[in-house]
Structures are given as C-alpha cells and as structure tokens.
Ligand binder design. Structure first.
Ligand SMILES: NC(=O)C1=CN([C@@H]2O[C@H](COP(=O)(O)OP(=O)(O)OC[C@H]3O[C@@H](n4cnc5c(N)ncnc54)[C@H](O)[C@@H]3O)[C@@H](O)[C@H]2O)[C@@H](O)CC1
Ligand SMILES: Nc1ncnc2c1ncn2[C@@H]1O[C@H](COP(=O)(O)OP(=O)(O)O)[C@@H](O)[C@H]1O
Ligand SMILES: [K+]
Length: 482
C-alpha cells in the first residue's frame, strides 16, 4: 500500500523526529536520497550540468545540498535563486563551497536550456497557491528543456493536500518525496505534474504520522483482497450478482456489464432487463429474466444503471434495487434516478460510481470544478449520500461514507480507458466483487485496479469488449496465478 499523509501530519512527525536527531540530519537524509535519484537519472554525473531552482524554504535547502553532492562528484551547477536574500543559508553555502554558480531568476531560462538535470526546489509542503509570476518562466523553460526535471518533495505549485493546481506549476519527469507520499502526488491534476514517484525514507515514525488521508493499493494488496473459491465453494456461496442494465435504446450496456460480471469473482450472474437475448448470445452461462429485480430470485449484490434509460421501468428497477437488503452498485442512468434520502435509508452498503459529469450533476457543481477538485468532490458525495462513492476519471477515487476512513486513489488507470462502455465493464466487475463478499470500498478500488491493469494489458486503441476479455489476464497479473 502507498499512503498519502496530510501536510499537518508530516509536520507533526517531522517535528517529533527533529527533536530526537542532530540538527540538519533530516535535510541531509533528504538531500542524499535526492542526489542518488539525480545521479541515477543522469547515468554519468561527471561533467553533467545541474540547475537548482531554489525558493526560500527548506525545499530549496534540500535541492541545494543535493546539488552540492552531485558537484562534488564532478558535475557543474547553477542555482537560480528566487529570493536571493532569503535563500537557505547553509544549503547555499554548501553549494558554493562545491563550486556552484549562482544567478537570479532572470538568468534561469538560459541556464535551464543547457542543463542535463533540473532540481525543482521552489516550494514543497510549505507552498501556497500556484507558482508566483517570477517562477512561471522557469517552470516553462524546464518543461521545454531536454533536461530531466526532478521535483523535490512535490512539483512546485501543486497543492500537497488536495491534488488541486491553482495557476502554474512545475511539470516533473520524476518526484522524490520524503518520509511519506502526499495526497497531491496521488491525485490528478497534481499527480500528472509529478511524473514517476520515488519515496526516500527519512525515519518518520508511522505512529507519529497517524492515519493517512489517502491510500493507493499495490499488486500485493489487491492479490490479498481478491476472492478465491475454496473446497467448500459452490456457485451460490461464491455469490450471485444481479445486473439490471440495458434498454431497447442501449442494448450493448447489458452485454458489457455482464461480460465483466462473469469474470469478476461471483459464482453466477443474473441479468434482468430487455437485453436477455443479446446477453445469452455472448454469455450463455447467464441466468436471464425480463421482469423487475424483485421477482428475479436471490442475489448477493445488485448492479443497476448502465444503459438503463429513464422510463418507468428504469425507475422501478432503481427503486426495487435500493429496497433490497443486499449491497447495491448504482451507475450511469441509475444515478439520475437517485435521491440522497433513499440511499441514506439503506442498511446494506451502497456503491455509487459516477464519472465527473454525473458527479457534477449530483453535487450541483460544474464538471470543471469536479475535475479540478476530485478529492473534495468524492468526499462531499460520500457524505451527502451516506454511501461509498467511486469517482471515475483520470484518477479514480473511492471514498467511504465515514470521513475518517482513507480515500483510495487508483494507481493503474490509463487514458486509453476513455472509451465508450469501459464504465459498464467497471460496474459489472465491481458488482461481482461485491457479490463475492468484498466491502464496498474494497470492491470499488479492487475493480478500478484490475480495470486499469486490463487496459494496460490490452493492445491500444482498446475497446470495452477488449477490456472485459483482458480481465482474467489482469487477475493473473496481480495474483501471480495463485
Ligand atoms: N521539516 C523537515 O524536517 C524537513 C523538511 N524537508 C523539506 O522542507 C520542505 C518544507 O519546507 P518549508 O516549510 O520551508 O516550506 P517550502 O520550502 O515548501 O516553502 C516555503 C517558502 O516558500 C514561500 N512560498 C510559499 N508559497 C509560494 C509560492 N506559491 N511561490 C513562491 N514561493 C512561495 C514561502 O514564503 C516560504 O518562504 C519539504 O517540502 C521538504 O522538501 C526536508 O528537508 C526533510 C526534512
Ligand atoms: N483520462 C483517463 N485516464 C484514466 N482513466 C480514464 C480516463 N478517462 C476515463 N477513464 C476511465 O474509463 C472509464 C469510463 O467510464 P464512463 O465515463 O462511465 O464511460 P462509459 O459510460 O462510456 O462506460 C472509467 O473507469 C474511468 O475511470
Ligand atoms: K518542489
């Protein structure tokens, strides 16, 4: 698991640790880790040109000390000081002592254009708002230069706690972060600015950090969560998932949702709706009926909504699913037929899976505001509906209705998933995992993880049926065949 801790938690744990170690020791640990990553990216340090973008805080100090280490190994270096009179004094002294040159912001772009490595030490967890105007041309020059750009702790200009980016921000090829991940490194739009992430341990005590704001599953976590049949299993004990999807107008959604539900860990799939013939043609193992959910027989979880439309039949289906005493996943058209009160009244878990447009409609926000503030949006929805909410998109987030439970950020997405019907595949898969007994947050985040891996394993440009067909390979990829 990767954990993302808030700035307040990091400050608390750093403060406690600093009281126990020699002055400056933490910054030296950070600088050593940063220099090692810089050396790695350079391949050959001797003769390389390093440029440090140094703000006035400790983030600039880390960058200057790291550059000094590279200079002592034969690199040459220029520090671009954004506030020359307030630069980190010890870091600057070490950099100068190692032979580094110093310039003001005006000398930055020319130095950056010739650089092999740029260390972005403008701001770290102390940054507020986007980059200030004098730093913007530096960020732009770094983006255009052929140099590798390494952000120190965070890309400067992004919000560490929320992943929001207000104004200009540095775009890095890699980010070396200290002690723990920050939520902004795991959530777009900030995550997109961070590039590859490297964590450098500096000795923070997990107990002093406290609970994370955010978690990102890794292969081993997902492998441990995936349901597995045992000797005692039969198809009913493995769970039956009911899928209410598709309509005369959108028959394909039924086929897509079932195509992933049958590959999602449940023992059987019941399909309810007008698309039974098409579903059976693709998946003869499905139990189909054309009535309403109430008369369809027992299920351990329902999926309702993909391609459902909004006629009387659709309304009845959503109503009946919400009244059922089993976990329910509501997606797509189903989300338009929901009231927060009806969801809040439920005793069994509910998982809502909106994309940004659907989330915007549910919240009364603009779509842009949801995309710019994903973490706020998903938490707000979970609170309003008293439900688990999976917000789809460039970073898929899953929030529990209890605000103390960390939000899960999915690390496996790829923009190839932006293809018609891939959301239907996700909901069938997540519903199947719910039926197999996973709690809603685990079902949603595990489904998003596998969905992303399936996309990576498919040959682009991928289609929704490709994605469903790649689920067994994704499953194997994650669990190593166990
Ligand atoms: N506290 C610690 O124990 C450690 C801190 N470390 C580093 O220290 C960083 C935090 O240092 P600081 O608290 O000094 O804060 P920062 O270095 O992140 O930035 C604070 C400074 O930047 C200025 N500033 C804020 N927003 C700005 C903006 N938008 N544009 C330009 N300037 C802006 C502020 O006026 C302030 O002087 C971490 O991110 C990490 O890199 C590491 O050395 C590891 C140890
Ligand atoms: N830019 C992107 N990067 C990563 N994943 C994306 C991106 N855009 C969409 N996705 C994913 O693709 C799926 C699309 O779902 P959805 O918007 O419901 O589409 P549809 O209704 O066509 O099935 C979701 O899982 C979403 O997270
Ligand atoms: K930085």
């Amino acid at each position: 698991m990767r954990y993302g801790h808030s700035v307040a938690a990091v400050r608390r744990a750093e403060g406690a640790l600093m009281a126990r170690v020699a002055e400056g020791a933490l910054m030296q640990r950070a600088a050593a880790g940063l220099a090692a990553v810089g050396a790695d990216l350079l391949g050959r340090v001797y003769g390389a040109r390093v440029v440090v973008l140094a703000g006035s805080g400790a983030n600039g100090g880390d960058a200057l000390f790291a550059a000094a280490r590279l200079l002592r190994r034969g690199a040459s270096g220029t520090a671009v000081l954004l506030s020359p009179e307030r630069a980190h004094a010890e870091g600057l002294a070490a950099f100068r002592a190692a032979g580094g040159r110093v310039t003001g912001a005006e000398g930055g772009p020319a130095a950056i254009a010739r650089a092999d490595l740029v260390l972005d030490g403008i701001t770290g967890i102390g940054g507020k708002g986007g980059l200030r105007p004098e730093a913007e041309p530096l960020a732009e020059a770094a983006h255009e230069a052929r140099a590798a750009v390494v952000a120190v702790d965070l890309p400067s200009g992004v919000d560490a706690d929320t992943g929001e980016v207000q104004g200009a921000a540095v775009r890095a090829d890699a980010t070396v972060t200290f002690g723990t991940y920050k939520p902004g490194l795991l959530v777009d739009p900030a995550a997109e600015h961070a590039g590859a992430l490297r964590l450098v341990e500096i000795g923070l005590d997990p107990a002093e950090l406290g609970p994370p704001e955010l978690e990102a599953l890794q292969h081993a976590d997902v492998a441990a969560l995936l349901p597995r049949p045992t000797g005692e299993s039969d198809k009913y004990r493995r769970g039956v998932v009911g899928v209410v999807a598709g309509s005369e107008r959108y028959p394909g959604a039924a086929v897509l949702a079932v195509s992933s539900a049958v590959r999602g860990g449940a023992g059987a799939v019941r399909y309810v709706g007008p698309g039974g013939t098409a579903v059976l043609a693709q998946h003869p193992e499905t139990l189909v009926s054309d009535g309403s959910p109430r008369g369809a027989g027992r299920v351990q979880a329902w999926v309702v909504g993909p391609g459902l439309g909004d006629d009387a039949r659709a309304r009845t289906a959503v109503e009946e699913v919400l009244q059922a005493p089993v976990p329910a996943l509501v997606d797509a058209d189903g989300l338009r037929l929901l009231s927060p009160e009806a969801v809040r009244r439920r005793e069994a878990p509910t998982l809502l899976t909106p994309h940004a447009g659907e989330a915007a409609a549910l919240l009364g926000w603009s779509r842009e505001d949801v995309e710019a503030g994903r973490l706020r949006a998903v938490r707000e929805l979970a609170a309003r509906f008293g439900a688990t909410v999976l917000l789809k998109g460039s970073t898929t987030l899953v929030a529990d209705p209890d605000p103390a439970v960390p939000v899960r950020a999915n690390p496996t997405g790829t923009s190839w998933l932006a293809t018609a019907g891939s959301g239907d595949v996700l909901s069938g898969l997540a519903g199947s995992l719910l039926a197999a007994g996973l709690p809603a947050r685990d079902a949603g985040s595990t489904a998003a993880y596998l969905h992303g891996i399936a996309a990576r394993l498919s040959t682009p440009p991928l289609t929704a049926p490709d994605l469903a067909a790649a689920l067994p390979a994704a499953w194997q990829n994650v669990s190593g065949g166990a």
